[in-house]
Write a protein that binds this ligand. Structure first.
Ligand SMILES: NC(=O)c1ccc[n+]([C@@H]2O[C@H](COP(=O)([O-])OP(=O)(O)OC[C@H]3O[C@@H](n4cnc5c(N)ncnc54)[C@H](OP(=O)(O)O)[C@@H]3O)[C@@H](O)[C@H]2O)c1
Length: 330
């Protein structure tokens, strides 16, 4: 199996669209695509917003990055961005538990992207960034089940527990599969778990806040909960691998490790002992939640070697320090 470490120029002569290009994951994807020689049409809501400056500074951006103004609720803007593209990476999505802000743009925007890809007539494949939120939210899953691409979140459970982000991502992914059938567009889906790692963009996004809150003093305790983690560079590479592999199809669970919060804070405290990392669990009554088993074999089979969670956490914190989001404590 070939392992892709050093970039090669497989993208020469190809133009691809990345929606939500300025986001945490998309920025790394744009960087990788430029390194591979692709011409990238990246959609942002405002190309002149200084928050997108990091994209313009990427190597190859001057020659091969075109920033297009587009909103998920504006079909024409998405259609214009996708025009002339051989591939589309649809990563843009609200990341919030506010039902009004989340569901409509995530679902309608996704339908627009698939329709625009079909209408363009040049698109070979659409890669959709779904989420673990569309996979694991199922109270009926037994403790011994290995979580993989066959698992789907229960929409009623998401609604009843007000997990509107998971609900929106699951409904959007369902729409993707329905639209793929209807339009004949070739779609492949990546389902990342909680993503961390170094930031290219200036602002701290939602998943990085999950780590930062244990270092900046805002979390006084940790919860009795488990979470799966993956590095952002592996998520970007997963998108590229499933785009380029001719035989790629279906869903790809993108996960490196599942940790209990106690393990997460212990790793952080060991790596960076100067920060006020919480030492107490907020739930001292219930038994400790057990990590679920999962399979990332499909991406491994495409050649992905996952960055270990401890290294990813270390580089997340170093990046937060470098960008001035955390004080440097020796
Ligand atoms: N980070 C994670 O842990 C994680 C895990 C699993 C899946 N995902 C998925 O990965 C994708 C990227 O997430 P991320 O972590 O990189 O988040 P992020 O940094 O918040 O990026 C989200 C991007 O979507 C754009 N966007 C949101 N609403 C939009 C709208 N109505 N029209 C146009 N663009 C819109 C944002 O643009 P603005 O900057 O203009 O707001 C931003 O560029 C999302 O689909 C998310 O669901 C993320």
């Amino acid at each position: 199996m070939t392992v892709i470490n050093a970039p090669t120029a497989s993208g020469h002569g190809q133009t691809v669209c990345v929606t939500g290009a300025g986001g945490f994951i998309a920025s790394w994807l744009v960087k990788l695509l430029l390194e591979k020689g692709y011409t990238v049409k990246g959609t942002v809501r405002n190309p002149d917003d200084p928050k997108n400056a990091h994209l313009k500074a990427l190597e190859g951006a001057k020659e091969r990055l075109i920033l297009c103004k587009a909103d998920l609720l504006d079909y024409d803007s998405l259609r214009a961005a996708i025009d002339g593209c051989q591939g589309v990476f649809h990563t843009a999505s609200p990341v919030t538990d506010d039902p009004e802000e989340m569901v409509e743009p995530a679902v309608r925007g996704t339908k627009y992207v698939i329709n625009a890809a079909a209408d363009a007539g040049t698109v070979r494949r659409v890669v959709f960034t779904s989420s673990i939120g569309a996979v694991t939210m199922d109270p009926k899953r037994g403790p011994d089940v290995v979580v993989d691409e066959s698992c789907w979140s229960d929409l009623e459970f998401c609604k009843n527990t007000k997990n509107w982000y998971c609900y929106g991502k699951a409904v959007a992914e369902q729409a993707v599969w329905e639209m793929a059938k209807e339009t004949g567009v070739d779609v492949v889906v990546v389902n990342p778990v909680l993503v961390m790692g170094p930031l290219l963009q200036g602002a701290v996004n939602a998943s990085i806040k999950h780590v930062m809150k244990y270092l900046d003093g805002s979390a006084k305790t940790y919860t009795n909960a488990v979470q799966a983690y993956v590095d952002v560079r592996d998520v970007a590479l997963a998108h590229l691998l499933v785009y380029e592999a001719p035989g790629a199809a279906g869903r790809y669970l993108c996960a490196e490790a599942v940790l209990h919060r106690e393990d997460l804070v212990r790793i952080l405290a060991d790596l960076f002992p100067g920060y006020p990392v919480p030492t107490r669990c907020s739930d001292e009554v219930n038994p400790r939640k057990q990590p679920y088993r999962f399979s990332n074999q499909r991406l491994k089979d495409l050649g992905l070697q996952f960055i270990p969670v401890t290294q990813s956490l270390y580089e997340t914190v170093k990046s937060l320090q470098e960008k001035g989001h955390l004080p440097i404590i020796s």
